[in-house]
Design a protein around this ligand. Structure first.
Ligand code: GSH
Length: 220
């Protein structure tokens, strides 16, 4: 991976967090070296809370710059290096922005109430599964006959949204497989089989102050 001159950015991450997955994917494709600090959400390091009191992951710090939104981390990495053109598809930027907003503001809301139903005892998980499915049907239609939202290649939205759809699919794989969204299923299979995705799912021990720096490395 390419070393940045000067300070190495630090990425606070949580392996199974879909927001952190999308950030790690963009960092990985841009081949930027980051120091990876795996976080336990129930025991957040003071350094993370000090950099960003809202205490969410992913969080990237570089000198006095703090980036605390996953999409901003993606764009930060891709603006440095974007070898597959995730940011530069013809009408991809607009399409990306619209679908990502729907994912983050609406689909995620229903996904949480479906997947983590015990946290939301007043909500019926199946109602939320149905409501989340509207977004997935739209996504399925938008794919048309192409493998990705960006046509023959990935754009930002494919990568930013896939970790959330994967969580949804894994909640009840049999039910998911029986739904009439074949293009969406193939799209998700591409993601599941993608070597870069496997590379960013490598396990790291939780970070503690004073630990030797661990760099995100890709075994592809
Ligand atoms: N809008 C933020 C959301 C990040 C987020 O909510 N991450 C979750 C983990 S998946 C988190 O850190 N939650 C804080 C907590 O559980 O204490 C982003 O895009 O980065």
């Amino acid at each position: 991976m390419e070393k940045l001159r000067g300070t190495i950015p630090v990425l606070y991450s949580f392996r199974r967090c879909p927001y952190a997955m999308r950030a790690r994917l963009a960092i990985a494709i841009s081949a930027i070296t980051v120091e990876l600090r795996e976080v336990l959400l129930r025991d957040k390091p003071a350094a993370l809370l000090c950099a960003s009191p809202k205490g969410t992951v992913p969080l990237l710090t570089l000198d006095d710059v703090v980036i605390d939104q996953s999409l901003d981390i993606m764009r930060w990495a891709l603006r440095r290096r974007d070898p597959e053109g995730w940011l530069t598809d013809e009408d991809g930027c607009e399409k990306s922005a619209e679908m990502i907003t729907k994912c983050d503001e609406n689909f995620k809301f229903h996904l949480d109430r479906y997947k983590y139903s015990t946290r939301f005892p007043m909500d019926d998980p199946l109602v939320h599964r149905q409501l989340a499915s509207r977004f997935l049907m739209e996504f399925n239609d938008r794919l048309g006959d192409a493998p990705f939202l960006g046509g023959e290649r990935r754009i930002l939205a494919d990568v930013a949204i896939a970790p959330f759809v994967r969580q949804f699919a894994q909640t009840d794989p049999e039910w998911f497989a029986a739904q009439p969204w074949q293009r969406l299923s193939s799209w998700l299979s591409h993601f599941d089989e993608w070597s870069l995705f496997h590379a960013v799912m490598k396990k790291y021990a939780p970070w503690h102050p004073g630990d030797a720096a661990v760099f995100m490395t890709l075994d592809q």
